[in-house]
Design a protein around this ligand. Structure first.
Ligand code: NAD
Length: 294
């Protein structure tokens, strides 16, 4: 299939690589020329603009940093909607606010283009391994069309409901993750300060009611889980800056919905302070250092 892939960063490049490996022919566009050349060497062809990438493509995929980029790449003068054919399916995999996802899909629909939001979880490792989870907001018909291609980049392809619900699922999950990591950090640091062996404490939590993914798989205390970023200096995981972005999306969506997110707002401020200390590039589990003496 001829696929336009726009936004070839930490996530988009490995996703595009998996599509090339699966035998698709890719029309590539990014502002970064180096990554374009790397992917062209694997068999993709370089386009001059989102519009040019979309022209003649049978599917358009975007994977961009934030809502402003999604708006300009889709709605701009040289944007996807200026080049895409009627009836061509489209999907944005960026993590953005649900309202922008709905607005851009509505603009696409006016041109006879059905567009889905399909943010992912699984990080850069999942993107490289082709094991991402896609949270898809679209009609059932569009989901059925996209599913086989998304399955070449991911393992779990979940239909969440109509347009915008993929983003809702993503920001609600990450709201909870941001909060649960702070909770586990507080508990681990308190235990250590009071004098219990942290390995024993983690073992008790993980066989008791405090157990969660942040305590069991991704414990923020160094040395508890060998494979967790905490055991390698908080490198190579999910950056605190990205968690901060997702908490910002969640608290803003909550404001629009007049919905309280008390713990989410506190967690957001803690990650904000971490960013101010210059630690935004570390894995988000380094939030535990807010509770420890330097
Ligand atoms: P990134 O910054 O590494 O990549 C974004 C790419 O988009 C860059 O190559 C950039 O040059 C390109 N770009 C920006 N503006 C453009 C434009 N106008 N036209 C064309 N290309 C443009 O970001 P990433 O880590 O790949 O993340 C992409 C999305 O996935 C974000 O929304 C992020 O929140 C989400 N996400 C990231 C992770 C992760 O672990 N990195 C995990 C889950 C979801």
């Amino acid at each position: 299939m001829k696929i336009a892939f726009i936004g070839l960063g930490n996530m988009g490049a490995p996703m595009a690589r998996n599509l090339i490996k699966a035998g698709h022919s890719l029309n590539l566009f990014d502002l970064n020329k180096t990554v374009l050349q790397e992917l062209a060497a694997l068999g993709g062809s370089i386009s001059e603009s989102p519009k040019a990438a979309a022209q003649g493509s049978e599917l358009v995929i975007t994977m961009l940093p934030a809502a402003a980029h999604v708006r300009s790449v889709w709605l701009g003068e040289d944007g996807v909607l200026a080049g895409i054919g009627r009836g061509v399916p489209a999907v944005d995999c960026s993590t953005i606010d649900p309202q922008t996802a709905k607005d851009v899909a509505a603009a696409a629909a006016k041109q006879g283009v059905a567009m889905a939001d399909a943010p992912v979880s699984g990080g850069t490792g999942g993107a490289a391994a082709g094991t991402l989870t896609f949270m898809v907001g679209s009609s059932q018909e569009l989901f059925d069309t996209l599913q086989p291609v998304l399955a070449q980049m991911g393992r779990n392809i979940v239909h969440c409901g109509e347009v915008g619900t993929g983003q809702i699922a993503k920001i609600c999950n990450n709201l909870l993750l941001g909060i649960s990591m702070v909770g586990v950090s507080e508990a681990m640091a308190l235990g250590a300060a009071l004098g219990i062996d942290t390995q024993v404490l983690a073992g008790v939590i993980n066989s008791s009611t405090g157990r969660c993914w942040s305590s069991e798989t991704y414990n923020p205390w160094p040395g508890i889980v060998d494979t967790a970023p905490a055991s390698r200096g908080y490198t190579g995981g999910f950056g605190a800056e990205l968690m901060l972005k997702d908490l910002g999306l969640a608290t803003e969506a909550a404001r629009q919905a007049h919905q309280p997110v008390v713990l989410g707002a506190v967690a957001q401020q803690l990650y904000q302070a971490m960013s101010l200390r210059g630690e935004g590039g570390k894995d988000f589990s380094a939030i535990v250092n807010s509770y420890r003496k330097p």
